[in-house]
Design a protein around this ligand. Sequence first.
Ligand SMILES: [Zn+2]
Length: 180
Amino acid sequence: MTRMKSGNGSSDSDELVVDLPKLQRNLGVPAEISSEWKPDSVETTHSNAILIQVNISLEAVSDKVTANGTAILHWTAQCRRCLEATSGRTSIDINEIFEKGAFEGETFELPLGEKLDLRPMLAEQAMLNLPLAALCSETCTGPTDTEFFTTSTPSNIGENPGEFKDPRWAVLDQLKFSDD
Ligand SMILES: [Zn+2]
């Protein structure tokens, strides 16, 4: 297994191009792939994939290759309410099969050559998991100039309530607003 390489980013995904003959010589012996990839153009209108971290096990089984594991998709997006930039991570379960004469939408084509490039498969998975209507937070109420002074305290702020409490807000808490 190779650790992450430092560098210019263009060669950081070498491990995602797999030597097929080597894999197929070891039938039933999984190859662990641990890598990351910064795709150039995996994006929707309002969101971008910026990094995909991959931890998968590749295995040649008769004339097929199976890929099982996890990809962590790091994305940036525009909040659909306030239009500010936001970002997040999505964990994707990878359970795919590469085979000759693949079924569209079900399996991936096993290439004729000696190299199996996992990136098109990962790009497809990332596309399917990019947020189409992201929110910067569950409680985003929209543009700050119309709904800045909200009085209700949200009781449920998604899965990371700890991250939501920005210490800078403590300063605002101490300000007193008066209408008279
Ligand atoms: Zn927002």
